[in-house]
Design a protein around this ligand. Structure first.
Ligand SMILES: NC(=O)c1ccc[n+]([C@@H]2O[C@H](COP(=O)([O-])OP(=O)(O)OC[C@H]3O[C@@H](n4cnc5c(N)ncnc54)[C@H](O)[C@@H]3O)[C@@H](O)[C@H]2O)c1
Length: 322
C-alpha cells in the first residue's frame, strides 16, 4: 500500500479552505514535498501560514486549468500524487455559470492528460455531494443518482464522469472522493462566496440579524474539515479505493434553522432573524451513507457537530475574522 510518507505531493487549490488543511496534514504525515498550485481566486496566503514555515512546502500562484503550467510543475518537482482540490465555489454559479461549470472539467482534463502521459502516478480527485442533488432517499450511498441543480454541481458531476470513465478505460490510478458539506476554520468568511457559518457569525458580531433563506428546513450533512482531510489521505494510502467513488460524511443531516439556532445560542444572540426567499435551485436534503468509506478505508469522523462548531466559531473569533 502506498504511504504519504516520502511522497512528493501536488495539491491544486491548496490555498483554499480544505486544500490548506490538507497541505498541513500531508506535511505532518511526512510527505517529502508538498506543492500547492492555486490561482488565488478564493485562496488566501494566510491559510498557508503554518505550511509556509516548512521547507518542504512550495507555493505556485498559477492556473491548474493550463496543461503547460501543471506539466512544468509536475516535471520540475517530480510529483508522485496529485490531490485535486481546485474549484470555484457554488455561489459563483449564479454570477458566472459558464466558468463555474468549466473550471472543474478543464482542470480534470489537464490532470488526466498528464496522468495518462505518465507524468505522475496517482490522482485523488475531489467531487462533491452537490453532484447528487436533493436526496431521493437517505442516507445517500454512492449509487444514488446524480441530478445536479447548479452549474457548480453539474461541473463537479461532469468532471467525476470524465475522471471515472478515464480511470476505467485507460486503467489509471485514480480515486474519487465525494465529501458532504465541510465546515471549520479557514472557510471563506467574506463576500458572496462566504460559507454559512462564518457569514452568520460575522453578521451577529457586527450587530446584524442572521439571514435564513427559504423555510430553513433544508438540510446538509456537515463534516468537520479535518475529518475530510483524514479521509482523503486514507483513500490515497489504500489501493482498494482506486476506480471507486467514495462518500465522506457523517450520516446526520442538520437543518439550516438548527444550524442558525446553534450559532445564535453560542454567540448569545436572541433577536429576530431576517428571512429571504429560498436560493434558486437550492438542494433540499443531503445526508451521507459513508459505509463504503468505513468498509474500505476504516473511515469514521472524529468530530461531532457541536464540538466542531464551537472550535470553528472560536477560531474565527481568535483570528479576528468575524
Ligand atoms: N467546502 C465544502 O463544503 C465542500 C464539500 C464537498 C466538496 N468540496 C470540494 O472540495 C474541494 C475544495 O473545496 P473548498 O471548500 O476548499 O473550496 P475553496 O474555494 O476554499 O478552495 C478552492 C481553491 O481552488 C482555487 N482555484 C480555483 N480555480 C483555480 C484554478 N483554475 N487554478 C488553481 N486554483 C484554483 C481557489 O483559489 C481556492 O483556493 C473542491 O473540489 C470542492 O468542490 C467542498
Amino acid at each position: 500500500m502506498p504511504k504519504i510518507q516520502g511522497k512528493k505531493v501536488l495539491v491544486t487549490g491548496g490555498a483554499g479552505f480544505i486544500g490548506s488543511h490538507l497541505c498541513d496534514r500531508l506535511l505532518a504525515h511526512g510527505a517529502a514535498k508538498v506543492v500547492c498550485l492555486d490561482n488565488f481566486f478564493l485562496g488566501k496566503e494566510e491559510n498557508l501560514a503554518e505550511a509556509a514555515k516548512d521547507p518542504r512546502f512550495i507555493l505556485y500562484r498559477d492556473d491548474a486549468r493550463h496543461y503547460g503550467v501543471v506539466e512544468a510543475i509536475v516535471d520540475k518537482e517530480g510529483i508522485d500524487v496529485v490531490f485535486n482540490m481546485a474549484t470555484i465555489a457554488l455561489n459563483y454559479s449564479f454570477f458566472n455559470p459558464f466558468d463555474a461549470y468549466m473550471v472543474n472539467v478543464e482542470i480534470a482534463d489537464t490532470l488526466l492528460k498528464l496522468l495518462k502521459a505518465g507524468a505522475y502516478k496517482t490522482l485523488i480527485h475531489t467531487s462533491s455531494s452537490e453532484a447528487y442533488g436533493t436526496a431521493q432517499y437517505a442516507p445517500m450511498d454512492e449509487n444514488h443518482p446524480t441530478d445536479p441543480t447548479t452549474p457548480y454541481a453539474a461541473g463537479k458531476a461532469a468532471a467525476d464522469l470524465m475522471v471515472h470513465s478515464f480511470s476505467k478505460v485507460l486503467d489509471l490510478d485514480i480515486s474519487i472522493i465525494r465529501p458532504f458539506n465541510n465546515y471549520g476554520p479557514r472557510q471563506n468568511a467574506d463576500g458572496p462566496l462566504a460559507g454559512i457559518i462564518p457569514k452568520t457569525a460575522k453578521r451577529i458580531k457586527n450587530g446584524n440579524a442572521p439571514i435564513i433563506e427559504g423555510d430553513g428546513e433544508q438540510t446538509r450533512d456537515f463534516v468537520y474539515v479535518k475529518d475530510t482531510v483524514k479521509g482523503l489521505i486514507l483513500a490515497y494510502e489504500n489501493e482498494k479505493t482506486r476506480g471507486q467513488i467514495i462518500n465522506l460524511g457523517t450520516g446526520i443531516d442538520i437543518s439550516m434553522n438548527h444550524l442558525l439556532e446553534q450559532i445564535c445560542d453560542y454567540m448569545g444572540f436572541t433577536g429576530e432573524w431576517e428571512h429571504k426567499p429560498a436560493r434558486t435551485s437550492d438542494v433540499r436534503r443531503l445526508c451521507a451513507d459513508s459505509s463504503k468509506a468505513r468498509d474500505l478505508i476504516g473511515y469514521s469522523p472524529d468530530t461531532d457537530f457541536e464540538t466542531g462548531l464551537k472550535e470553528t466559531l472560536n477560531w474565527y473569533e481568535r483570528n479576528e475574522m468575524i
